[in-house]
Design a binder for this molecule. Structure first.
Ligand SMILES: [Zn+2]
Length: 278
């Protein structure tokens, strides 16, 4: 619980640079969305994840009335880190003009994400798509998914202590592992948590994946209810493309290994939701 408070505030900034999102259309729209849902948004950051990888994401954190949203710069089509200028802007054949919509409005220049060694390639989502992604994230907040996860985590830790408490004085178990005369407590811990718990962990992680995929569908549905079906779909497609995610997954494999539903399942599910307003 302490780390959950400390990490975003003090530890994460050691590794990456967090800048406040500059004023502009995106900031206005995000604030509008937050206000319309009574989301207590306090701060809005952009993290320069592009230095490290091209993976893009958005997340939020904070407790009670003190919420912050963090956007990866790779999520934003138009974001150029302060102090970094674009090198080439003629070659933007990767994305057709029609795909950009209002992204370049108000700016004379063409802002492309450029990597020194890479050819120019436009990645990220336009304003409406970023807002749709945040609609999904706010769905997680609305349904208290984070709180539920924390409660489950605490329950799981408590359960581990309980099981260890039941087994720690059972000499037979540790004797079976070859510790007959001496059974140091560290060895007992190791045996219980790595051997006795390994099947329990498998089951637990399987159930957690089922739950977290349910949460994802719920958050998608929430965004659809905000009237963001098409924008969220196109944003997900772009993110999958930018992140080089593999779009096809066997259902058994994905049930076992993926915390998020496969893209095609999400898109299909989104088509089925009946929005309350669109
Ligand atoms: Zn999600």
């Amino acid at each position: 619980m302490v780390l959950l408070h400390i990490y975003p505030e003090f530890i994460a900034p050691l590794f990456d640079k967090y800048n406040p999102l500059p004023d502009g259309e995106l900031k206005t729209k995000i604030n509008e969305l937050a206000q319309s849902l009574d989301f207590p948004l306090q701060k809005l950051y952009v993290v320069e994840g592009s230095k490290r990888s091209a993976h893009s994401n958005a997340y939020m954190y904070g407790f009670h009335k003190n919420k912050r949203i963090v956007l990866f710069d790779t999520l934003l089509e138009d974001y150029t880190p302060v102090g970094r200028t674009d090198q080439t802007n003629s070659d933007s054949t990767e994305v057709p003009e029609s795909d950009r919509e209002e992204s370049n409005s108000g700016k004379g220049e063409d802002v492309n994400k450029t990597d020194k060694d890479c050819e120019t390639k436009k990645i990220g989502c336009n304003t409406e798509e970023v807002v749709a992604v945040l609609g999904h994230e706010l769905g997680h907040w609305k349904f208290s998914h984070m709180l539920k996860n924390i409660v489950i985590m605490q329950g799981s830790i408590l359960f581990s202590f309980f099981v260890f408490g039941q087994l720690m004085n059972n000499k037979q178990i540790f004797a079976a592992f070859g510790f007959i005369d001496q059974q140091p407590i560290l060895i007992r811990l190791y045996i219980v948590f790595s051997f006795i718990f390994s099947p329990i962990n498998e089951i637990e992680s399987f159930l957690m994946h089922i739950l977290s995929r349910r949460f994802e569908f719920q958050a998608d549905e929430f965004a659809v209810n905000l009237g963001k079906r098409e924008k969220l779909k196109s944003a997900l497609l772009k993110l999958f493309k930018d992140n080089l995610a593999f779009p096809v997954a066997d259902w058994m494999y994905s049930a076992r290994h993926y915390s998020h539903p496969p893209l095609l399942e999400r898109l299909r599910a989104m088509d089925q939701y009946k929005p309350k307003q669109e």
